[in-house]
Design a protein around this ligand. Structure first.
Ligand code: FAD
Length: 468
């Protein structure tokens, strides 16, 4: 093989620009391609990647290896604990295997960009050519305003994004063609593998794809009305697959367009598509404002906030023992499954940053350490939105009232009952805020903070920033 495709968070055959282009070029020259995955567990833990995400990653690499083997394409693993070790490890591998071309899709976080730059630099010294293909976005080109600057607010970004989308070819790329007789099924054993909820997220590309099409067929048209109710299985739960690239966002676009055409709806109006545009938005922000990847707020003046950072409250929040049933149910959902419903991510992050007045970076890191779909751009964007420190953030005086959110979005209390079973005997009225006696009877804690004064204190702290 002369052409090597380096897969990272794009662990799939379908609609994979690097794999597609490498295979076309190699076929034209009657050459073969190989695929390489670099394994950097120390780096992943430094990036706070959760065990769940690492576990799913391991499973997806194995499935991918089988699919590639059936096409006669070998998958190689390079073990190198950290990104720093990759330039040498990749060069040694390429020289050993006679590789002349390395292909990969652009990765957007700054550390990953530096990694790719160092690897390319080293390979070029050995006359190995590198080819960088587009990033894992629906609209991969820069979405800029008429002034040629990146958008800082979602709505105008989305408008421009739709215009650009209408101008680009939106057909997903096919998988590479079979290049030789099938190879024997590889048996990969990873020492870094971690357990995760495989019952909820099987490490299987076909199942992910099926889940996508079933979602579009049955649920996409009801998404707008039902997506805010955590007890309903109304959202796609595809985020773990999108985060690791087992599913590409343009595959989602294809399913949306097909479904909307069938139902004679305009696909541009799909609210689910708009959520996928948020994914592109946060990824592009991270690329254009690299300081976001350095633990810095978008609104610099918010650096002056003096967060309370109470350790006992932090622990209670992490463990789902704050005494606010909806918050506790949400945090336990995160701890037990590696995933949390979007409405609850907003409610728990608002609770953390406004009512506990804890530094959003601590909450961001805890989410990352637990989420199976942990993804820097979306997580950072979501946290900065909630903390009102980000671009296009929630206004600082918007502080979710956890009890009211609970009464609105979990009216029956069924979601709470699922994850806080000690409250299962309470009726739909009292479950959102049990009385002191009920708490005692159920062995459930008192609230860690008093909502009203906590809310006023947060607003006052933000008020003080005015004029800075
Ligand atoms: P669906 O509602 O089916 O949406 C489809 C896809 O669109 C998602 O899978 C996701 O890829 C994308 N998407 C949806 N909403 C958003 C959004 N607001 N921002 C960016 N992409 C979005 N999403 C992550 O993928 N990884 C994270 O680490 C992450 N952290 C978050 C932290 C906070 C504080 C908040 C408020 C949101 C976060 N999100 C994150 C966004 C969102 O909550 C999840 O994408 C969504 O809940 C995943 O469930 P789903 O696949 O059923 O989503």
């Amino acid at each position: 093989i002369e052409h090597l495709v380096w897969l990272r968070n794009d662990l799939r055959c379908l609609d994979n620009p690097a794999l597609h282009s490498a295979s076309l070029e190699a076929n034209a020259l009657n050459r073969g391609i190989g695929v390489v995955v670099t394994v950097t567990p120390t780096q992943w833990s430094e990036h706070n990647e959760s065990d769940a995400k690492t576990g799913l990653r391991a499973g997806l690499i194995k499935t991918l290896a089988k699919t590639l083997a059936a096409l006669g394409i070998p998958l190689h693993i390079i073990n190198a604990e950290t990104f720093d070790a990759l330039p040498d490890a990749m060069t040694a591998f390429c020289l050993d295997h006679g590789i002349k071309h390395l292909w990969f899709n652009r990765d957007l976080p700054i550390h990953e960009q530096q990694r790719d730059h160092s690897v390319c630099e080293q390979l070029h010294k050995h006359q190995i050519k590198t080819h960088t293909l587009s990033a894992d976005l629906i609209v991969p080109q820069a979405v800029f305003s008429q002034q040629g600057t990146p958008f800082k607010v979602f709505t105008p970004f989305f408008k421009r994004w739709l215009t650009l989308l209408a101008q680009q070819d939106i057909t997903p790329l096919p998988a590479p063609e079979s290049q030789a007789d099938p190879l024997p099924e590889p048996s990969l054993n990873f020492t870094w593998e971690k357990p995760f909820r495989e019952d909820l997220w099987p490490a299987d590309h076909d199942i992910a794809k099926q889940k996508l099409w079933l979602f579009c067929h049955h649920k996409e048209r009801h998404y707008q009305e039902s997506r805010d109710y955590p007890v309903q299985p109304a959202t796609s739960t595809l985020s773990p697959y999108l985060a690791l690239g087992a599913l590409g966002p343009r595959q989602c676009l294809e399913a949306i367009i097909y479904t909307c055409n069938q139902e004679e709806r305009r696909w541009q109006d799909s609210i689910w598509l708009k959520e996928l545009a948020w994914r592109d938005f946060y990824r592009q922000l991270m690329e254009h404002f690299p300081f976001l990847s350095m633990s810095r707020p978008f609104k610099q003046e918010t650096n002056a906030l003096l967060w309370r950072n109470n350790e006992a409250e932090f622990t209670a929040w992490c463990e789902g023992k704050t005494g606010f049933p909806i918050i506790d149910a949400a945090m336990r959902q995160l701890n037990q499954t590696g995933w949390m419903h979007n409405r609850l991510r907003m409610v728990t992050a608002s609770f953390f940053t406004k009512l506990l007045f804890a530094d959003w970076r601590k909450g961001e890191a805890y989410f990352m350490s637990q989420l199976i779909d942990g993804e820097f751009a979306a997580n950072n964007g979501g946290w900065q939105w909630s903390a009102s420190t980000g671009c296009d953030a929630a206004p600082y005086f918007r502080v979710f009232n956890p009890t009211r959110q609970s009464q609105t979005y979990d009216k029956s209390g069924d979601f709470i009952k699922r994850f806080v079973p000690e409250l299962a005997t309470l009726d739909a009225k009292s479950i959102h805020n049990p009385s002191p006696e009920q708490r005692k009877q159920c062995g459930y804690p008192e609230p860690v903070i008093d909502y009203k004064p906590a809310r006023l204190a947060a607003i006052a702290a933000f008020d003080e920033l005015k004029g800075r």
